[in-house]
Design a protein around this ligand. Sequence first.
Ligand code: 6GU
Length: 281
Amino acid sequence: MRIDIVTIFPGYFGVADAGGRVAESGPLGVSLIGKAAGRGDVDFRVHDLRSWASDVHHTVDDTPFGGGPGMVMKADVWGKALDHVLAAAPVPGAAPARLVVPTPSGRPFTQETAASYAGEGHLVFACGRYEGIDSRLVADARTRMPVDEVSIGDYVLAGGEAAVVVIVEAVCRLLPGVLGNEQSHSDDSFGGTGGAMSGLLEGPVYTRPRTWREHEVPDVLLSGNHRAIARWQRDEALRRTAVNRPDLIRRLAATPEGLGKRDRQVLADAGFPVDAENVAH
Ligand code: 6GU
C-alpha cells in the first residue's frame, strides 16, 4: 500500500530524505508500522505543502470569506499539491487513490473504516491546520477520486497530523501479515469484523506470575476448560462494555443475534438490564 501525507509540518512525521521517505525513528518508522514499512508492505511519502506555495513567503492560508476568526488554507496551493501527488501515483492503471481529510467535522473513523482502508492500494492524507481547507478543494477532488472527511473523536485537535498517525496505525495493523496472528484481530475491542466478541470491548488479560501483590489470576483461566474460559471472557467483556460503553450494549441488543439469553442474564446481574424500553432501534 502507498500512503502519501501532505502537511505544513513534515517534521511531525520524521522525514528522512528529500523524497519524503520517513525516518526509522519517527512515528511511522517504529513498532508495527515501521516493520510493515521495512518489509515494503507500506510505502510512506510525506510532502511539505509549502513547496506548492507561489509567493516568497510560502503563504498557504488567507482570511475567510464571510468573516469570522482564524485563517483558511488556500485551495490553489492544495490543488497543486494534490495534482503532483496523484501524478506520481505508484501503479499505472491501478484504482484511483482515496483522499482522506481528517477534520473534526468529518464522519466518525471506526474499526470498520480502518478495515476498508486496509484494502485500498493508495491513500492520500491532507492535513488541515487553522480553520480548515477551502471547501472547494474537496469538491474538486471528488470529481476525480473518492474522498472521505473523517473525525477521530469528539474533541478538536490543532491540525490533522496527530489524527493521521492514529488512522495509519489502525489501518497498518490490519494489513495482511502485519500482526502475524490473524486470530488476534477477532478478539480486539469492537471484535474486528465478526467473531465471538463482535461489538464488545476486550475484557481483562493476565500473564505470569499467578499471584502478584496478593492479586490472583482468576481460577477459570488456569482450568484448561476452554468452553468455560470463553464464556468467562465474554461475561467480562459484557460487564466492561456495559460500564464503559453502554451505547455499544444498546446497539448489540438491537441486533437479532447480538445478545443471547445468558448474555442478558449476565448484564441484568451486573445491574444493566437490557429490555425493550432501554434498547435503541
Ligand atoms: Cl480528524 N482533525 C482535527 N483537526 N481535529 C479532530 C479530528 C481530526 N478528529 C477529532 N478532532
